[in-house]
Ligand binder design. Structure first.
Ligand code: SF4
Ligand code: SF4
Length: 66
């Protein structure tokens, strides 16, 4: 199985959980409360990738279906 890349550093994921910690309170695990987001009536997010249950990245299709 292909190893999963770290989302913060240039390395494989070592399961350190640093990426799960709160941006405002370093002692808290993120519970998606949204306080760090400046949301008005709407917000958008960028998705860097999608993985299946085994941690394998989904490949992007090469073109639109006609
Ligand atoms: S758990 Fe640690 S090593 Fe894995 S993606 Fe998050 S920060 Fe990177
Ligand atoms: S969503 Fe809430 S808990 Fe998560 S990083 Fe933002 S402020 Fe912290």
């Amino acid at each position: 199985m292909e190893s999963q890349k770290c989302v913060l550093y240039d390395r494989d994921c070592i399961g350190c959980m640093e990426c799960e910690m709160c941006d405002l309170d370093p002692g808290k695990v993120c519970d998606n409360c949204g306080k760090c987001l400046e949301m008005q009536d709407y917000a958008s997010i960028r998705i860097d990738g999608v993985y299946d249950a085994q941690g394998n990245p989904f490949k992007r299709s090469s073109g639109r279906k006609k």
